[in-house]
Design a protein around this ligand. Structure first.
Ligand code: UD1
Length: 363
């Protein structure tokens, strides 16, 4: 297959694209893949590291308020559509897949106009701006949550789950906590606020560090690349014991996740897909700053089935964070129940499903 794939801005749009590529290369190793991203998004650092051919467009997102910047955004979008058309003419893809983020808007729109078969993947229960716009032009829409169906043209929609779930479910990991200086024999809590880190979660953990120091379990606290310095400055005078590791980012999450006893984190769609693929017990703190409050909806789909607990960001503080973590870490039976319930929600053949849609369109 000759595949152009585009998705960008944040990890939640990028990792599903990478999971589709990985599955395609397993199934059809002679495939040619081109990833089109934006020069500003996380993809420009993540994708080339994977050895995938990468082209970056200069493009930016709309400001939701009235702003002169939006004129520049429109000009950059039109220019990117023009460049995408040229990329498509040169590469001659069989299919173009978009996984969200504004860059995929230009690439997939250009493909649809050039009559190349197109698919978009919507990770969230509440549809993003770019996919809403693209839904008029594309051939098929793969969704990760059933709740998204009603927001798209019905005849195009196929439920497929999130391809990252298949990737993490199939990893044979030989990861050891000792590679991070921790103890391989202790239960470990992983705390991270999505792909970029979350100040509210970081602040609650900073306030709880002295107590985490005293625990028998271990804590891996991932701050987000851009927030690491700030966190380390805030903790400059605090003693940090050997059961705690603070990192800016984890680059090998699929290897690390199978060893995690409990996740504390945001409820982005791709994180949720990973949690349910592996059945990792979780305490979720949904971001209140996202479209249509979709992280709360994501969270509730787990909470209502006994697969996770929720702390609202407005209620989050070091004390109730500690309470929730302690309670679950001291109750392996409860974590076991959560894990079983969570696994029932995972869709572990999602990448296969999306490739099947692509092959159907190529017929
Ligand atoms: C603030 C914001 O707009 N968030 C959105 C964004 O979240 P965000 O980009 O944070 O996406 P998710 O939480 O869905 O996924 C994060 C991804 O980054 C990975 N990861 C994270 C930390 C790390 O150190 N290393 C690492 O590899 C995770 O394993 C996961 O694969 O896109 C999601 C779409 O999927 C949306 O649902 C979220 O609402």
């Amino acid at each position: 297959m000759r595949l152009i794939i585009s998705g960008g801005g944040t990890g939640g749009h990028i990792y599903p694209a990478l999971a589709i590529i990985e599955d395609l290369m397993k199934q059809e190793p002679d495939s040619e893949v081109l990833y089109v991203g934006s020069h500003r998004g996380l993809e420009s650092s993540i994708v080339p590291k994977q050895g995938i051919k990468f082209v970056a467009l200069r493009i930016q997102g709309f400001k939701r308020s009235l702003s002169l910047e939006n004129f520049k955004t429109i000009a950059l979008f039109l220019k990117s559509v023009h460049e995408s058309k040229k990329i498509i003419r040169d590469f001659k893809p069989d299919v173009v897949i978009g996984t969200g983020g504004y860059v995929s808007g230009a690439v997939v729109y250009a493909a649809a106009k050039a009559h190349v078969p197109t698919i978009i993947h919507e990770q969230n229960s509440a549809v993003g701006l770019t996919n809403k716009f693209l839904s008029r032009y594309v051939d098929k829409i793969a969704i990760g949550f059933h709740e998204a169906k009603a927001q798209f043209p019905e005849e195009k929609v196929i439920f497929a789950g999130n391809p990252r779930a298949q990737q993490v479910a199939n990893v044979h990991s030989d990861f050891k906590w000792s590679s991070l200086g921790l103890d391989d024999n202790r239960d470990t809590v992983l705390i991270f606020g999505g792909s970029q880190g979350a100040p509210a979660i970081n602040n609650a953990v900073i306030g709880a560090i002295k107590d985490f120091n005293q625990r028998s379990y271990q804590v891996v606290f991932v701050t987000g690349q851009k927030r690491y310095e700030h966190v380390m400055t805030a903790l400059a005078k605090t003693r940090i014991n050997q059961n705690i590791k603070i990192l800016p980012y984890i680059h090998n999450m699929p290897q690390v996740l199978p060893s995690v006893a409990l996740i504390i984190g945001r409820a982005g769609a791709t994180s949720i897909a990973e949690i349910t693929a592996l059945g990792i017990p979780a305490v979720l703190i949904p971001s209140p700053y996202v479209t249509a409050d979709h992280q709360t909806k994501n969270t509730m789909s787990l909470v209502s089935r006994g697969a996770a607990l929720m702390i609202k960001e407005a209620d989050l503080n070091p004390k109730n964070l500690l309470k929730a973590v302690d309670q679950l870490m001291h109750d392996p039976k409860e974590r076991g129940k959560m894990s079983e319930n969570s696994k029932k929600l995972g869709v572990v053949n999602s990448a296969d499903r999306i490739l099947a849609i692509a092959r159907d369109l190529m017929k």
